[in-house]
Design a protein around this ligand. Structure first.
Ligand SMILES: C[S@@+](CC[C@H](N)C(=O)[O-])C[C@H]1O[C@@H](n2cnc3c(N)ncnc32)[C@H](O)[C@@H]1O
Length: 312
């Protein structure tokens, strides 16, 4: 169903995780429809909230929504990979908390002209930022057999990556592949028939892989998170909600590496006084996932995982 609404995932858990101070500086790296941002803003008396999004539609909608709460916010139209630089332009070099709620919002996913969904026939686009020159159509029609196989395998964890890539290359030599439904038909005709009767849509993983490649999602996340760690105030927190295993792996690895004691304390024969204490601690040792109740209300929360880190 097409919708203009987005049900925020892990809303209470994320807001509690930020441990908001009413005079603090906060960043919502993924504004979307301002579900999380609204809750942050409601708690800020003198503080300020900076919200990033690379989608102008999300910004237009959310600006109006947030203005009804108070004026302690600024929306920045930018990819969150530029977060540190954009904040520095505004003389903000330290913040008390950052939130990332990754991926696309329901309106983006359901907007038929954006091509994110295999359920609607649309041009193969998948750009969150419509100024980004790279579209899914470009990838499907121009990438080599090897590169297509690689992205389907790595980003989509697709079992039939090679078969699908091979069929794409064959079909595009006859006619350019232009729409989501053309691609869905190609995928369906390239995999074993038994796969068509499974619950999971046969195009799901290829569509996920294309979206990640179009928006360079994993690289921008890694850069942004590493930058975010450098601008946290003492007791400041980063809260991240991910929706697939590759994103979660990046968050987990970065958070683990900065919250552990550096070096091998046994083999390096360090005295206790010489051991450099980590600068961060994991707030939740175990990843937080949605409750049964949330899952019953919102199937899109199914693969959500939340991790929190705090600067010591
Ligand atoms: C899942 S939605 C966020 C929903 C929001 N938390 C809410 O409750 O309404 C993700 C949003 O982040 C944006 N986004 C994703 N990756 C981004 C990036 N690298 N830079 C800026 N915005 C990004 C998308 O355009 C989308 O609007």
């Amino acid at each position: 169903m097409k919708t203009n609404e987005h049900i925020s995932v892990l809303l209470n858990e994320a807001i509690e995780g930020l441990n908001i101070k009413e005079n603090g500086i906060y960043v919502d790296a993924t504004l979307g429809r301002a579900g999380h941002s609204s809750k942050i803003l409601e708690r800020l008396k003198e503080g300020k909230l900076y919200c990033f999004d690379q989608d102008e539609e999300a910004i237009t909608y959310s600006k109006e929504k947030l203005s009804k709460i108070n004026s302690n916010f600024e929306i920045i139209y930018s990819n969150f990979k530029n977060l540190k630089e954009e904040l520095a332009k505004r003389n903000i070099t330290k913040v008390d908390g950052l939130l990332y709620d990754l991926g696309v919002s329901s309106p983006q996913f359901d907007e038929d002209y954006r091509g994110f969904s295999y359920r609607y026939d649309a041009p193969l686009d998948m750009r969150m930022d419509l100024n980004n020159p790279l579209t899914a159509k470009e990838i499907v029609n121009k990438y080599s057999l090897n590169d297509l196989t690689k992205i389907f395998k790595e980003y989509g964890e697709e079992r039939y990556s090679y078969l699908i890539a091979k069929k794409i290359v064959e079909e595009r030599s006859k006619k350019e592949i232009e729409t989501t439904f053309e691609l869905v038909d190609i995928i369906k005709s390239s995999i074993p028939k038994k796969e068509l009767f499974k619950d999971k849509h046969p195009a799901k993983q290829v569509f996920q892989a294309l979206r990640i490649e179009v928006n360079d999602e994993l690289k921008v996340l890694e850069k942004s998170l590493n930058d975010a760690l450098t601008i946290l105030n003492k007791n400041g927190r980063i809260v991240v909600i991910t929706f697939h295993s590759l994103e979660d792996k990046i968050v987990k690895n970065i958070f683990n590496s900065v919250s552990k004691i550096k070096g091998d304390r046994h083999n390096d024969y360090l005295l206790p006084s010489e051991i450099k204490k980590p600068e961060f601690k994991l707030v939740n040792k175990k990843v937080i996932t949605p409750s049964e109740e949330e899952l019953n209300l919102n199937h899109r929360a199914k693969s959500a995982k939340l991790r929190i880190i705090e600067k010591l």
